[in-house]
Design a protein around this ligand. Structure first.
Ligand code: IVH
Length: 677
């Protein structure tokens, strides 16, 4: 590199800056990174080295001068009163000892450190005025972020009101719980949408313009810092977090006060494996000087505080042998190759399979059956094949994608521009099976007990083929099946029969119309009200619906134009399935009609989303905070401040109409309205 001419260096610097900016956009703005963090780091490192070697090429707009992401179009900008910096990294015990030496050189001998697990998500800032949440923002470039208040308000563990009327700004990490990440990706896979590579990218859903989408992704926040601790009468970082917790904020709990760097190293070691059991993804440990006065004394470099450092755990990798490449056909006909290898322990679990995504990727990485391969968990969750080790290869042959469907033998095709091969045969048994599984699933028709296994058995026995067949099942048929008893058969038939009463959006989503996800199904059901109205809608009428674009409109029109679909809908109608949107009707005449309802505490029988849906179906409006305007408070187990507030209102307002219902009373109303199955 040093032997470059200035001209060569200039052109390479330009190229690197463009590449890095491009990948930043893919990562931060589009949530679709194309390169690994390590590859990005290596581009950045080369650029940093060149800029150091050729100072004349310095440029204030170079990506080396940024901390985070540029501001996306569409969000209002927020100037951070206190910049949101990032942390310097440590990769070894040596780096930590060096950090400790630098700290002690400035502040003297005894330094106490707080260690906190480093959460792998998206940095956010929350601002409260007089105890009320007034603003949520992303980090952006550190100086200027984006106003994501509407999205932040959808995060369940972010209090909209603090326990005390203080004005305070806190910083933390928005994250997607691992379990939620898995659920979301399953859903995206079923709908043929691109998967999120890791929970961090999924947490970037906060940068979705539509708060409803952000809300459906169930994020959480963990607060790790007060922006201006000096204003809040706290002397240490530990006290600052304890204060945040007292205010009702979700303060970071996985932390320890260490008296020297040896204790820090031991704590890091302690969590090296255990961290995989946490409900959120972590990628390291943040070490902070506890004493705030010492933090001030240490100060900042241009980009990061001198009083803290982030230790990064090395991504765990393992070697194994690829036994086969399995091809599965999904609901949309897409054929996905999966690597099946000898089981290896990795980041807390044993893994034996990893998606290879598509044919192109297998060829790019030249992965062959029989190869020794290196596997890793992306974001510590999803196993992936990093590479093959060709040096250890004997006679392995390159992978060859079959030209016909592994399930039905019909020729595979690629739709315009797609990398995926598809089976286009609507009669393919794989498409039928996956379609039925989706139809019965929780977010679609919600037929409890009718899972993958029973569907496979019913198909195998020739008892069902279409969705309509499910509603024709008789008890005598079911009782012929192995492991199907009297009780189970009754239960299954009841669940199937109950699903007939579902509101239209569940049926629409369950039918699996291409490009129509759960949210679009709801919008369509609300807009058209009945299946008949939707079926006759032309492209123009469909395009009137918010969120429906030309692609979805065309797909819906094509779907309902098909004679076999019309036949199916006719059959379902005849079998007694509801074809109307029910949400709107309930509002005017339900037992909660016109009432403002607040939910608090934990319900044993239903999650929050389900309870809120019931309230809406009963005619009520769900609100998140208790005030004199609240009509009903539904208080589950462990109800806290909201229940106390409601009791206070009842005690102080003689004519308050507020009613407090416990879970039993609420479920009684739900059952009387026939909502629960
Ligand atoms: S303290 C001055 N604590 O890691 C910055 N950061 O580059 C103080 N992070 O931008 C940050 N967990 O988004 C801190 N317990 C934790 C953290 C944490 C995750 C993120 C944060 C920051 C990045 C460091």
């Amino acid at each position: 590199m040093m032997s470059m001419t200035l001209e060569e260096a200039k052109s390479r610097v330009k190229e690197l800056r463009e590449q890095i900016e491009y990948h930043n956009r893919r990562y931060y703005l589009e949530d679709q990174p194309e390169i690994t963090d390590a590859e990005w780091d290596s581009l950045m490192r080369e650029l940093l080295q060149l800029e150091a070697a050729y100072p004349e090429l310095a440029d204030p707009t170079s990506p080396t001068q940024r901390v985070g992401a540029p501001v996306a179009e569409g969000f209002t900008k927020v100037e951070h009163a206190i910049p949101m910096l990032s942390l310097a990294n440590a990769y070894s015990t040596g780096d930590l000892i060096e950090f400790d030496r630098r700290v002690r050189q400035v502040v003297g001998e005894a330094v106490r450190y707080v260690c906190e697990l480093k959460i792998d998500g998206l940095a956010v800032s929350l601002r409260y005025e007089n105890g009320i949440l007034v603003q949520g923002a992303t980090r952006g470039d550190g100086e200027i972020g984006e106003d994501i208040t509407a999205n932040i308000r959808t995060i369940r563990n972010v209090p909209l009101q603090l326990n005390e009327p203080v004005s305070i700004e806190v910083r933390g990490e928005a994250y997607m719980p691992k379990r939620e990440f898995a659920r979301l990706n399953e859903l995206r896979e079923a709908q043929g949408e691109p998967l999120f590579a890791n929970p961090r990218n999924a947490a970037a859903s906060l940068r979705q313009l539509d708060p409803a989408v952000a809300a459906s992704r169930r994020l959480g926040v963990i607060v790790y810092q007060l922006a201006q601790p000096g204003e809040h009468a706290v002397g240490t970082h530990s006290e600052a977090l304890a204060y945040a917790a007292r205010l009702g904020l979700p303060a970071h709990g996985e932390r320890r006060l260490c008296h020297n760097i040896e204790e820090v190293v031991a704590y890091i070691e302690e969590w090296a494996n255990r961290r995989h059991d946490l409900p959120y993804a972590t990628d390291g440990m943040v070490i902070k000087v506890d004493d705030l006065a010492l933090q001030d004394e240490l100060g900042f470099t241009a980009k990061s505080p001198r009083w803290a450092i982030a230790y990064k755990y090395a991504a765990e990798q393992a070697e194994t042998t690829l036994r086969s490449i399995e091809l599965t056909v999904g609901r949309t006909g897409v054929v996905t190759p999966t690597a099946v290898f000898y089981p290896v322990p990795l980041a807390g679990t044993t893994v034996a399979r990893a998606s290879l995504h598509n044919e192109d990727l297998i060829h790019e990485k030249d992965i062959r059956v029989g190869d020794v391969i290196v596997v890793q968990k992306a974001g510590d969750i999803i196993p992936e094949v990093i590479r093959a080790i060709p040096e250890r290869r004997t006679q392995e042959l390159p992978f060859q994608m079959p030209t016909t469907c592994p399930q039905c033998g019909s020729p595979l095709q690629k739709l315009n521009g797609e990398v995926a091969w598809r089976c286009m045969n609507p009669e393919c048994p794989a498409l039928i099976r996956e379609g039925l599984i989706h139809f019965a699933s929780r977010d679609a028709m919600n037929i409890e007990g009718l899972g993958e296994q029973w569907i496979a058995i019913l198909l195998d026995r020739g008892m069902v083929r279409t969705y309509a067949d499910l509603y024709r099942l008789k008890k005598a048929d079911l009782l012929q099946l192995e492991r199907m008893g009297d009780k189970l058969a009754d239960k299954l038939l009841r669940a199937i029969s109950d699903s007939k009463r579902n509101s239209l959006e569940r049926l629409l989503f369950g039918l699996g119309i291409r490009h129509v996800g759960e949210k679009a199904a709801k919008t369509l059901a609300q807009h058209f009200g009945t299946m008949d109205a939707l079926m006759v809608a032309d492209i123009d009428a469909l395009l009137q619906v918010s969120d429906v674009g030309p692609k979805m409109a065309e797909s819906i029109r094509l779907y309902f134009a098909s004679p076999s679909v019309r036949l199916l809908i006719g059959e379902l109608k005849e079998l007694g399935l509801n074809m109307d949107y029910l949400g709107a009707r309930a509002v005017s005449d339900g037992p909660f009609a016109g009432k403002t309802v607040v939910l608090t505490g934990v319900l044993a029988e239903a999650d929050r989303k389900q309870a809120a849906a019931w309230v809406e179906q009963l005619g009520g409006k769900v609100s998140s905070s208790v005030s004199v305007k609240t009509d009903i408070l539904i208080a589950g187990e462990k109800a806290g401040s909201k229940l106390a507030k409601a009791q206070e209102i009842l005690a102080t307002h003689a004519n308050a109409s507020l009613q407090i219902l416990d879970e039993t009373a609420f479920l009684k109303i739900v059952d009387e309205a026939g909502l629960r199955r």
